[in-house]
Design a protein around this ligand. Structure first.
Ligand code: PSU
Ligand code: MN
Length: 306
């Protein structure tokens, strides 16, 4: 069921660093054509930093590890793409539908293919009010069980950041600040919440991951990489719009898997595209750091073989 492109197959066979990229961000996280342009650029950034990109999605009953340009176009343009988290994985494969993988879905596929590092924008988490709605992203469960490191710019403050971090702590997921002390909140470099551990280089992150996995400690890690300063939107500025977006979602009775994409769209509309530019900048930054970490992990493997 795994269908690898030639580029990814070769890289994995030759034991070269590979970075997974998700498709939900393309199909449900950004508008066309920016989504397609970004998907292409992310792959290029990963290559420029010494690793091979593998954009992951489901189609024709296959788990695609690496997508051709035509396939990426389909994910960017089609309105019939399902959003695939762990729950949806088997249904979408069995019916042969097109499925864009979320952080959880991409982690599952990456682990199957033997890819240990994954770059995205933001992960899902505990929603505001989650203590009564039980709306907790399956991304958190996945981070607790699947051995893939996720490089992200933290979580959006549409979520309850404090409870998200509490969940990760309970389930044993290390939250690493890459050159930062505070857990970033996607558009902003800060959130008011500290990270668990600060590490200052890809080699240090690789050492932590290698140690965790060699010990047999199951699960991934969150590598939080704040948005570059020039692109940041300050917390106060975004908070107002987030409150507004949450209100509209609530009024329209949005629920289940639609909640996150709906709120993201509202924010893009309200910020008049400014948030989209920030989104694109931070994902690119994450792709670069993820590639560097993937390279450092391979260097660790080589040292141990000696
Ligand atoms: N947060 C973002 N941008 C995104 C997502 C989350 O800032 O694109 C997407 C990711 O694919 C993530 C998913 O895995 O939404 C989480 O959805 P849910 O909350 O339904 O689990
Ligand atoms: Mn949810």
């Amino acid at each position: 069921m795994l269908a690898l492109t030639k580029e990814v197959k070769q890289a994995l066979e030759m034991n070269q660093p590979v970075v997974a990229l998700e498709t939900t961000i393309i199909s449900h996280g950004m508008p066309y054509p920016e989504n397609l342009e970004t998907a292409i650029e992310l792959e290029e950034i990963v290559r420029q930093n010494g690793a091979t990109p593998a954009t992951i999605g489901l189609m024709d009953g296959q788990i695609k590890i690496g997508l051709t340009l035509e396939e990426k176009e389909l994910f960017a343009k089609s309105s019939e793409v399902e959003k695939v988290s762990r729950r949806d994985f088997s249904y979408v494969l069995a019916t042969g539908k097109i499925g864009a993988t979320t952080v959880a879905g991409t982690m599952i596929a990456a682990q199957m293919a033997g890819i240990r590092v994954f770059a995205t924008g933001g992960i899902g988490g505990v929603h505001r009010g989650g203590e009564t709605t039980w709306d907790v992203s399956a991304d958190l469960f996945e981070l607790a069980h699947t051995n893939v490191a996720v490089v992200c710019a933290g979580v959006k403050s549409i979520l309850d950041i404090g409870r998200t971090l509490e969940y990760l702590e309970t389930h044993g997921v290390p939250v690493v600040g890459f050159k930062c002390d505070q857990f970033p909140s996607f558009y902003s470099r800060e959130s008011g919440h500290p990270v668990d551990f600060r590490l200052n280089s890809p080699a240090e992150v690789a050492r932590l991951l290698d140690t965790k996995w060699r010990l047999g400690l199951q699960g991934g890690a969150v590598i939080a990489n704040p948005v570059p300063k020039e692109e940041e939107i300050p917390c106060e500025e975004i908070e107002e719009m987030i409150v507004q977006a949450l209100k509209i979602a609530d009024q329209q009775g949005v629920s289940g898997k639609e909640v996150t994409p709906f709120q993201l769209k509202q924010i893009v509309q309200m910020t008049d595209g400014k948030s989209l530019a920030t989104n694109i900048a931070l994902v690119k930054h994450n792709a670069k750091v993820a590639a560097q970490i993937a390279v450092a992990l391979k260097n660790m493997d080589k040292k141990q073989e000696k």
